[in-house]
Design a binder for this molecule. Structure first.
Ligand code: FE2
Length: 196
């Protein structure tokens, strides 16, 4: 009978999950960058792609330190988040509205990764794998910084610009109400009628 798996086994499993998630993200991030309108947002996705490639290398180093083969295990969670991002990109949103939606998609991915690496760092420390914990902590810090950068872009103008065109129909109604044309026409007609 197989031995009962331990926390170390779960840890290796989660590392493989993270490795696969990062690989999936290296394919998704260029699409997010391409769909972005604001140059700063495009740069944020591109620079996170470079970081992600480095995070993959860190995970490979971690597998080596743990005497484990470098191997991924399909990450369903990030696949779902990436699929949602793809659906957003297929919508007809334009400019800042699309950018605001891309930021939302990107931040979902960052938070998923922050949760995964947070656990990995804690487990590595608890089991005394301090060298691996150090590597994973660097990645966790990068994910947090990427998330904060996206928040700063959203709150630094993109959300406000997207919101300014958010109520298209209401704005049009407000414009109609402000137009003075129909009232004078009626008044003029009534005036002509009165003269007869
Ligand atoms: Fe990552």
């Amino acid at each position: 009978m197989a031995e009962t798996p331990t926390l170390h086994d779960a840890f290796i499993d989660e590392l493989r999950d993270a490795y696969d998630a990062e690989k999936q993200l290296t394919k998704a991030l260029p699409k997010l960058a391409k769909a972005a309108t604001a140059p700063k947002l495009r740069q944020a996705f591109e620079s996170h792609l470079a970081e992600t490639q480095n995070q993959i290398a860190r995970l490979e180093e971690a597998f080596g330190l743990l005497d484990e083969k470098v191997r991924g295990k399909h990450c369903d969670g990030i696949e779902g988040i990436i699929e949602e991002g793809k659906s957003v990109m297929e919508e007809d949103f334009e400019g800042e509205t699309m950018d605001a939606c891309l930021i939302a998609a990107g931040q979902r991915a960052e938070h998923y990764e922050m949760a995964a690496y947070g656990t990995l760092v804690a487990w590595a420390r608890a089991m005394g794998h301090d060298d691996v914990a150090g590597l994973l902590q660097q990645t966790l810090d990068e994910e947090k910084a990427a998330d904060e950068k996206l928040s700063a872009l959203a709150e630094g103008g993109i959300n406000a610009e997207a919101a300014s065109g958010a109520h298209g129909e209401d704005d049009a109604e407000a414009d109609d109400a402000a137009k003075p044309m129909p009232a004078p026409k009626k008044a003029a007609a009534a005036g002509r009628g009165a003269r007869k």
